[in-house]
Design a binder for this molecule. Structure first.
Ligand SMILES: *Cc1c(COP(=O)(O)O)cnc(C)c1O
Length: 403
């Protein structure tokens, strides 16, 4: 064991994804050989790979419409514009999210109104109500951050009561459900990401889903369809486009056929990936549950999550010693992130570091919760044994602080 002799070390990379499936590579090579990479560059009678991906994804999601675009952040920005957000409009948003989310709100001309999170990382419904009342905001951008889905009955009930339009950021919840409904199907529009660290990987990429025909038509034109929108895969009828096509700007955020080819094959295997993620998650959860000083948040029965990352509270270690704890885990090959740092590090930043936004509020509860929040990626290149190994190392290091 590790307390006799050399401490155990974990050697694999936390940023190494699985290879792209061979069938996707073969299809991508075919597309490269054809030279027709642009989604509107089709041979007579041919449907582009991007259009086919839109059809596949709409079928997976159970939404009427889907748009493939260049990134998750662009999907969110387009979604906000497509629901009619105007410059200066306020947008409620849970304060724990990733930087592209406030970026999308800002780029669409919106002004974020950050809402507190609770101890389990969900949006705080009481604060949502208070902020909706005080700000008059009529849009909520809800990030299901790191896969934690709030009580969607409470969220949707609040939205209904205040006349709020819900936009869902499903970057970490592609394929996850709340009470049987897929995340993304609660709001007027949803944005998903196909960036390398999410659930399907085309390097960069995004998907937007909606079942509102006018939102779909505006989104397609916004993505840069020119007047070629009829070549999309999951779109409303011509009348919707007639209403919006001349009054909607082209933001040039299309997806190309090469990326679509990579994603179609991975989408076919997504449910299998989800099962593999969750098996790994449960191993980590089991291993960490008994670790000294750490608190696992038990996942709610209503939530069918995707365990592509895991979070825990290092409550017994305490915020002041967490950098040291993380450093000691890193020295043994285990790469944890901390959301409590005052300064942004790599992908991780806290809401109060987005200084380009004016009137950043003080959210004491969010800061308190994040001050003990540790976060770890779970790439599928880790085996269940690897996860046992990792949990052992974390528990061992935690024991040095809380022995
Ligand atoms: C990754 C991510 C996004 C944006 O995705 P990109 O494709 O990188 O633009 C949005 N929200 C959250 C919570 C994310 O993690």
């Amino acid at each position: 064991m590790s307390n006799t002799g050399t401490p155990e070390r974990f050697e694999k990379s936390f940023t190494q994804q699985e290879p792209i499936p061979e069938a996707a590579i073969a299809r991508a090579v075919e597309i490269l050989r054809s030279g027709r990479l642009h989604r509107y560059n089709t041979a007579p009678g041919e449907e582009s790979e991007a259009a086919l991906l839109e059809r596949d994804y709409a079928a997976f999601q159970g939404s009427d419409y889907c748009l493939a675009c260049s990134s998750g952040g662009q999907a969110l920005q387009i979604g906000l514009r497509a629901i009619g957000l105007k410059p200066g409009d306020k947008v409620l948003a849970n304060a724990w999210t990733l930087a592209p989310v406030p970026g999308a709100i800002h780029a669409a001309g919106g002004v974020p109104v950050f809402v507190e999170i609770d101890d389990d990382w969900h949006i705080d419904i009481a604060d949502l109500r208070a902020k909706a009342e005080a700000s008059g905001a009529r849009v909520l951008m809800l990030s299901h951050m790191r896969g934690h889905i709030a009580d969607m009955e409470a969220v949707c009930g609040t939205c209904e009561e205040f006349g709020i339009t819900l936009v869902e950021d499903c970057a970490h919840t592609m394929g996850a459900r709340w009470n049987g409904t897929l995340s993304g199907n609660f709001g007027r529009v949803a944005g998903l990401s196909a960036q390398t660290y999410k659930h399907i990987n085309s390097g960069e990429g995004g998907l937007l889903t909606t079942s509102d025909p006018d939102v779909a038509a505006r989104a397609v034109v916004l993505s840069g369809s020119y007047m070629l929108y009829e070549r999309h895969g999951a779109i409303p009828g011509k009348d919707a486009f007639d209403r919006v096509r001349l009054e909607t700007p082209n933001l040039s955020a299309r997806m190309d056929n090469l990326r679509a080819a990579l994603l179609r094959e991975q989408l076919a295997g997504l449910n299998d990936s989800i099962a593999r993620w969750n098996a790994r998650y449960r191993v980590l959860e089991d291993g960490l549950r008994s670790a000294p000083g750490l608190r696992i948040v038990e996942r709610l029965q209503h939530e069918a999550f995707v365990g592509s990352s895991i979070q825990f509270h290092a409550s017994g270690i305490g915020a002041e010693r967490i950098p040291d704890f993380i450093g000691k885990c890193a020295a043994r090959g285990v790469d944890l992130k901390w959301f409590g740092a005052a300064e942004p590090v790599a992908f991780t930043s806290r809401y109060d570091s987005w200084k380009y936004l004016s009137d950043l509020p003080d959210l004491p509860n969010t800061k308190r919760v994040l001050s003990t929040t540790c976060d770890m990626r779970v790439p599928l290149t880790f085996s269940e044994d690897d996860c046992r190994h990792i949990a052992r190392i974390i528990a061992d290091v935690a024991g040095e602080f809380c022995g």
